[in-house]
Design a protein around this ligand. Sequence first.
Ligand code: FES
Length: 149
Amino acid sequence: MTSRRDFMSTVALVTAGVVGHISLPVLADDAPVSPVDIGSIEQYKADGIVDTFVAKHRFFVVTHDKTIRALSSRCTHKNKALKSDGTQLRCPAHGSLFELDGQMTKGPAKIGLPRSKITLDGDTLRVDPSVEFSHQAAAEPESFVKLAE
Ligand code: FES
């Protein structure tokens, strides 16, 4: 026979489990979903990695080879936060490396970084993190903005 104390303990554990189960995905998946104006295209003409939007929006703005991309700031291995060393994106968790076009050059990650939709409106660049292209979709027109020659 179950005592009142045992019953209340069981209710408390089940409640904690249910609440924890429901709330964890919400906390873990709080990725932004609204388009973000990231400034004038003039700001991104030089090759390099801009990490201004990482903390709030989870993407790097990377200019490389006259092309601007909004690369995911999360590693494709186990979703850890990537760091910029100025010329590459490095995962401090297990050492994966990604080039400026998002290509994976060192594992254990097995694929390159996805990129968000990026468009040019007048001279303003806009990134939409709710629309993401896989690294394999590198030719997708809205996955990059080309700088004029
Ligand atoms: S999470 Fe990045 S290499 Fe493992």
